[in-house]
Design a protein. Structure first.
Length: 116
């Protein structure tokens, strides 16, 4: 079955950096586009960014553009979210996402807390 497992979250000061990893299994990783989402307390889940199956194309939400970078290593079945210049408003649970055969999957998420 499809499984997504995020890691790398934690507490960081404003202006700092953090890298999140998402390890995938249960599907042919290199055949699928991947995405990251986040959900702050009391808010809807928001799109953060997307990466194509080859890694050659990425798209970002305006709120993170220029600060966050998504990459992937298909040989490791892993997608990454490198976050820089973090702000308190980036505090959220971050989850990776994939749609396989018409079904949507999210990981359990990892908490990122940015202190001011």
């Amino acid at each position: 079955q499809v499984q997504l497992r995020e890691s790398g979250g934690g507490l960081v000061q404003a202006g700092g950096s953090l890298r999140l990893d998402c390890a995938a299994s249960g599907f042919i990783f290199s055949a699928y586009d991947m995405a990251w989402f986040r959900q702050a307390p009391g808010k809807e889940r928001d799109f953060v960014g997307y990466i194509s199956r080859s890694g050659g194309s990425t798209t970002y939400a305006d709120s993170v553009k220029g600060r966050f970078t998504i990459s992937r290593v298909n040989a490791k079945n892993t997608v990454y979210l490198q976050m820089g210049s973090l702000k308190p408003e980036d505090t959220a649970v971050y989850s990776c996402y994939v749609a396989v055969d018409g079904r949507r999957y999210w990981g359990q998420g990892t908490q990122v807390t940015v202190s001011s």
